[in-house]
Design a protein around this ligand. Structure first.
Ligand SMILES: NC(=O)c1ccc[n+]([C@@H]2O[C@H](COP(=O)([O-])OP(=O)(O)OC[C@H]3O[C@@H](n4cnc5c(N)ncnc54)[C@H](O)[C@@H]3O)[C@@H](O)[C@H]2O)c1
Length: 458
């Protein structure tokens, strides 16, 4: 029988009042639950973390140690690179055992929950190993990089009792939660179209091209790695599943398009004339984590952005049709010095639009423009909260580690199904751009698109 990750109310019926039963809206935790839910034993949640790169050591390492000690204990950290692991041990400061093998960590530490912050193409292995050991999983986005690995995760999630949580953190910033709330209230009626256009600037884009994200076999291309965030936002806003994708992409400036190339930035003879030169040695934290340990596994953090094996893209455009008959007109452009996006929902009763980066954004708040049909526009202002990813990450951590089963009126929690769907949109876009034909989501895995998103794996 299919599992329903987020309707397992039986586990929280008696305890949801512990946090006032309300949506958790601030980074400040005012009151602890009596004890975290569904733990194997009394006491704090036992958390293990696999993947000690930047995301692992900061968001799920030092931040948890410093801010969540009342709720959890980090019982083990793991990385296949022993040098990076040693650096992480000192940086995170958990004082816990360290491991270079995930199975060994799961066996010896017996955690309640494993956080997966490895390379994207390794996520499925870690998720499946964790479920086999009877351990809940918190997996970073994207859930994985292709449809076969999606299916492996779906099958494992159905087979094993434990839960999978996917960290779709772009749902959490309060200014986006406000949009979700307005759409759920039906202020613009049934949504017919969404215009959604992202720009990521050169400084942002080279962080992907320098690393595994630029190589499709490892990052699934930015269609999956990066666009997962954005496709998920739309799935969440529309509360419907994607059905078909028609896409185009192009690689205009990076990879083989470059005028010259070298092994990496540090020793590049072209440094003076390269617009994208970046000195990892200027950042002690990154140097100690990556450059000092590359002899163990050959992971080069400051790879050349003009290396020939880059086959991700810097220009993406897609038409995505949804099961509720909404159309998404989408683009991602990264050959630009602008970072931000514009989004506009057109519904049967009006229009809601906003822009992040540039117009519509101040240091302190985000503005949305609501224009009901035949009426004047109304400006809706939402204050920003502190913390990374527009204040979303602290709210996500609260949800994951204080009480993942607390009431979730805006449906911000995500399980396997929500994690799979944006990956499939990216996979479909990749295939469509390569073939020149539209690609159906239903043909990719056992999951079928639904007009209203179900929480079961159906
Ligand atoms: N939600 C967000 O906004 C956000 C932001 C940044 C990163 N991420 C995600 O977090 C993850 C980590 O990103 P990063 O930038 O830290 O990557 P990274 O490449 O810097 O680090 C990954 C680490 O995982 C280790 N690793 C890989 N496979 C392993 C395995 N099977 N067992 C043990 N260790 C393994 C590597 O040695 C490396 O240290 C990625 O999935 C990324 O997409 C999400």
């Amino acid at each position: 029988m299919a599992k329903n990750n987020f309707t397992r109310r039986k586990f929280i019926e008696t305890t949801s009042a512990a946090l006032g039963g309300s949506m958790f809206v601030g980074p400040t935790i005012s009151k602890a639950p009596e004890k975290p839910k569904r733990l194997k034993r009394d006491g704090k949640m036992r958390v293990a973390v696999v993947g000690m790169g930047v995301r692992g050591v900061v968001m799920y390492g030092r931040t948890l140690v410093e801010g969540y000690g009342d709720y959890l204990e980090i019982v083990g950290i793991c990385d296949t690179n022993p040098g990076r692991l040693e650096y992480a041990d000192g940086y995170v400061g958990a004082g816990c055992p360290t491991f270079t093998n995930l199975d060994e960590m799961l066996e010896k530490t017996d955690p309640d929950r494993l956080v997966v912050t490895t390379w994207d193409w390794e996520h499925h292995n870690c998720i499946i190993a964790s479920l086999e050991h009877g351990v809940d999983v918190v997996c970073e986005k994207p859930l994985t990089i292709d449809e076969d690995k999606c299916q492996q995760i779906i099958d494992a999630d159905k087979k094993y009792e434990n839960d999978v949580f996917v960290t779709l953190n772009y749902r959490y910033p309060p200014h986006r939660a406000k949009v979700k709330e307005l759409l759920m209230e039906g202020v613009i009626g049934d949504i017919r179209t969404v215009d959604f256009h992202w720009n990521i600037d050169h400084a942002h884009q080279i962080r992907y091209m320098q690393r595994w994200h630029g190589e499709s076999q490892r990052g699934g291309t930015l269609w999956v790695h990066k666009n997962t965030h954005y496709f998920d936002m739309i799935n969440w806003f529309l509360d419907s599943d994607p059905v078909e994708v028609y896409a185009k992409d192009s690689l205009d400036i990076f990879g083989s398009n470059g005028p010259f190339r070298s092994t990496n930035c540090r020793n590049c003879p072209h440094a003076d004339r390269c617009d994208y030169h970046w000195d990892i040695n200027a950042n002690d934290h990154l140097r100690q984590m990556y450059a000092d340990n590359e002899h163990y596994d050959g992971y080069i953090r400051d790879n050349c952005v003009f290396r020939h094996n880059i086959d991700s893209h810097d220009k993406h455009s897609a038409l995505v049709t949804y099961a509720n008959n909404a159309f998404l007109y989408y683009s991602l452009t990264s050959d630009t010095d602008h970072d931000g996006y514009w989004i506009a929902f057109k519904g049967t009763k009006g229009r809601l639009e906003g822009r992040e980066g540039g117009w519509g954004t101040s240091q302190n708040h985000q503005e949305w423009l609501l224009k009901p049909l035949g009426e004047e526009s109304e400006k809706i202002t939402v204050d920003f909260t502190s913390g990374s990813h527009w204040g979303g990450d602290p709210l996500l951590l609260n949800k994951l580690f204080v009480d993942p089963y607390i009431d979730d009126p805006l449906h911000q929690s995500a399980g396997t199904r929500d994690g799979v769907m944006p990956v499939l949109t990216g996979v479909a876009a990749r295939k469509s751009a390569a073939s020149g034909k539209p690609v159906k989501i239903a043909g990719l895995t056992s999951l079928k698109p639904h007009k209203k998103r179900p929480s079961d794996l159906v």
